[in-house]
Design a protein around this ligand. Structure first.
Ligand SMILES: C[S@@+](CC[C@H](N)C(=O)[O-])C[C@H]1O[C@@H](n2cnc3c(N)ncnc32)[C@H](O)[C@@H]1O
Length: 245
């Protein structure tokens, strides 16, 4: 991955920078950064490698780097940025689970997997609450609980679900979630916590409960169903049924 990033930087930025320098340009780094943004847009237009939100993220990052090269940022500025990252991403350093969102395609498939008319649904690491808001409107007989540690996503989830009477959102770690109370557990995390989560599910799940993991499998687990989701990301939903007891 790192070599690819370095290669992209080298191909898209360094030659432009050298040309600008040789013409005595005043802001070679800034302008080469802008050229890189244009190349990124062209690449995206041709290949469409991911959802549009990724493009926005990369553009903002490139633009920010260019501006940072033009106007030196004080150490306080970097401290502030670290704080914003912490408020948005929570303890990514510890949990290894960053913030990104389930696609609309995933939501529509999830809605077909709810096994009965009533039950309890958990979203472990519920982000901005989009999964809970979407399903709670379609399944008024269900109770929905979200667990989220990062402050800003948690606030967004509270706001998004403000009119959903059957949704509760907790600002707590999903490791504290009472798994035994859930009929369906949904998660979209990362490879890092999946083994431990699988262990927790197999110890605390109740007969008939489902664990649905977006994109990340439980290592050595055997999903009862694998659903391929259409859309730019082409992810899988791994469905595990708790069959004991
Ligand atoms: C990939 S996002 C998924 C968001 C949402 N479930 C969705 O599918 O759109 C994962 C979320 O888990 C949160 N998270 C990471 N570790 C957590 C923990 N230990 N307890 C609660 N939330 C956590 C992150 O802050 C992030 O918002």
């Amino acid at each position: 991955m790192l070599w690819r990033i370095l290669l992209i930087q080298a191909v898209t930025r360094v030659p432009v920078w050298i040309v600008l320098l040789s013409f005595g340009s005043r802001f070679p780094q800034f302008i080469s950064g802008l050229v890189q943004i244009i190349l990124l847009l062209v690449y995206w237009w041709i290949r469409r490698p991911g959802p549009r939100s990724w493009l926005g993220m990369h553009l903002l990052l490139s633009l920010f780097c260019s501006i940072a090269l033009l106007y030196p940022i004080s150490p306080m500025g970097y401290g502030l940025m670290a704080l914003v990252v912490f408020l948005v991403q929570g303890r990514t350093d510890r949990d290894r689970v960053p913030l990104y969102f389930s696609s609309y395609e995933v939501l529509t498939v999830l809605a077909t997997l709810m096994p009965q008319n009533q039950g309890v649904f958990f979203d472990l690491g519920c982000g901005d609450g989009r999964v809970l808001a979407y399903l709670s409107k379609r399944y008024p007989g269900w109770g929905f609980k979200g667990f989220e540690l990062a402050l800003i996503p948690w606030l967004l989830a509270q706001w998004r679900c403000r009119d959903c009477a059957n949704v509760e959102i907790f600002r707590s770690s999903f490791w504290q979630a009472p798994i035994n109370q859930a009929d369906v557990i949904y998660c979209f995390l990362s490879p890092e916590p999946m083994r431990e989560l699988g262990d927790q599910f197999s110890q605390q799940g109740h007969k008939g409960s489902l664990l649905i993991s977006n994109s990340f499998e439980i290592p050595d687990g055997h999903p009862d169903q694998v659903l391929t989701i259409k859309g730019v990301l082409q992810t899988n939903l791994y469905v595990y049924l708790f069959a004991h007891q």
